[in-house]
Design a protein around this ligand. Structure first.
Ligand code: PLP
Length: 443
């Protein structure tokens, strides 16, 4: 009997009893190779001595101080570190306790920016289908996952959803990737004009799509065209890098690879690497200046903003990533990992697409490779793959609804940046085994 309200009310998951490096151990002694860092959280693996030591030092100094009374050295140093590594023009970091909180804060900051500037008629957000921005009501409202939204739809602020950048399914025959990206930017422009150009607050998008459709990498030129459309109508660009940011794709921020500077970036998961719950909004100077010249404060706040132990953990994680050259390692390993995945999975009759960047990969599963027809959702293939993988000692992150929120299955891989090439090969091999087992059971 459990008194924890678990995610699934009919299943109690195994008890996690210990973890070190790439390995998690449950209470029965079974070990798992962590190929997804939970949900793309664990950037340094488990039990990193330097991070744990930094947290101990911070707890001994001061474990908590409310941000309406105090700042702390550790929050100041983390903000300085993040601003230094962020795109040009970034001036401040606003620290929260996770990804959804970061998205909520970004939405409110964007709205307040326009209120301060005397444009209170801007009330509308535009985002994308097949996206995920979190489970709180504001984040759910901009999120484009039909299944997650459905029960709560009457409670959500209105938002318009345009097409994701999903070449495997939505790029037309004969269309070049660049032309596809331009078409999507034109769709965004039409959506802005349909709302009224002076009524839109922001376009919200994951730079590399994550959990909903299984790692959607943008086509070349797409985000530059999006940035130009936003600029044309004074619409802010909010890039949600909660999952794809903080080194996951090989650069600290995924938008660096797109050659665009968003107005607000949300980060979380890899920021603290799972050692503490922490997220942040990284804001361009002009957004902060508008609030500074106007009301003089950001009308938001939570009890645990800038929690000192969370900041200490995040600072240590970021320092280890820099000290150990892990971004370069992720970049160097990416083509090797891709070759391993294609080698182990590319020939499988139910693997439709393998896509990704850095240490962030999605494998889309199909019933028929030629037609790209997905499996019947009632089969819950993604859940079968997850079970088969755990039985084989692998933690990966499969999900359903890849195509449209209902149909389709994918597996998301997001190993810690400390993974060796032997680990990466083991991940590819174990996943091939799990997909083989799960799909064979359906034959
Ligand atoms: N945004 C993105 C892109 C995410 O992937 C997630 C979580 O998966 C969130 C926001 C929400 O983050 P959290 O679960 O920490 O609230």
């Amino acid at each position: 009997m459990t008194h924890v309200l678990h995610r699934h009310l009919h299943q109690t998951p195994p008890v996690a009893a210990g973890a070190q490096g790439m390995t998690v151990r449950d209470a029965s002694g079974r070990t798992y190779l962590d190929a997804s860092g939970g949900a793309a959280v664990s950037s340094l693996g488990h039990g990193h001595a330097d991070v744990i030591a930094a947290m101990h030092r911070q707890i001994d100094r001061i474990a908590y101080a409310h941000t309406s009374f105090f700042t702390t050295d550790v929050a100041e140093e983390l903000a300085q570190t993040l601003v230094r590594g962020a795109p040009a023009g970034t001036s401040h970091a606003y620290f929260v306790s996770g990804g959804s909180e970061a998205v909520e804060a970004a939405l409110k900051m964007a709205r307040q920016y326009f209120v301060e500037r005397g444009e209170p008629q801007r009330t509308h957000f535009i985002a994308r289908r097949q996206s995920y921005h979190g489970n709180t009501l504001g984040a759910l409202a901009v999120g484009g996952n039909a299944w997650r939204r459905a029960p709560f739809a009457p409670l959500l602020v209105p938002a318009t959803h345009v097409s994701p950048c999903y070449p495997y399914r939505e790029m037309r025959d004969g269309e070049s990737p660049r032309a596809y990206g331009q078409r999507l930017a034109a769709e965004l422009e039409a959506a802005i004009l349909a709302q009224g150009a002076d009524r839109v607050i922001a376009f919200v998008a994951e730079t590399v799509g994550g959990a909903t459709a299984g790692v959607l990498t943008p086509v070349p030129g797409y985000f530059q065209a999006v940035r130009a459309v936003c600029d044309r109508y004074g619409v802010l660009l909010i890039l949600d890098e909660v999952m794809c940011g903080m080194g996951r794709t090989g650069t600290l921020h995924a938008c660096e690879q797109e050659g665009v500077v968003p107005d607000l970036i949300t980060v979380a998961k890899g920021l603290g690497g799972g050692y503490q719950p922490i997220g942040a909004v990284l804001a361009q100077g002009r957004v902060v200046e508008a609030m500074s010249r106007g009301s003089g404060f950001f009308q938001h706040g939570h009890t645990y903003l800038g929690h000192p132990v969370a900041c200490a953990a995040a600072l240590a994680v970021q320092q280890v990533i820099a000290r150990d050259g892990l971004l370069q390692k992720v970049q160097d390993d990416a083509p090797v990992f891709e070759r391993m995945l294609r080698g182990a999975l590319g020939g499988h009759p139910h693997v439709g697409d393998i896509r990704g960047r850095g240490y962030f990969w999605g494998i889309e599963l199909v019933a028929d490779r030629a037609t790209k027809a997905p499996f019947d959702p009632a089969l819950r293939l993604h859940a079968r793959v997850k079970r088969a993988a755990m039985d084989a000692g692998l933690l990966c992150y499969p999900f359903g609804g890849t195509v449209d929120g209902l149909r389709g299955d994918h597996v998301l891989l997001a190993p810690p940046y400390i993974a060796t090439r032997e680990d990466l090969q083991a991940i590819a091999d174990l996943l091939a085994h799990a997909i083989g087992q799960a799909t064979a059971a359906l034959a």
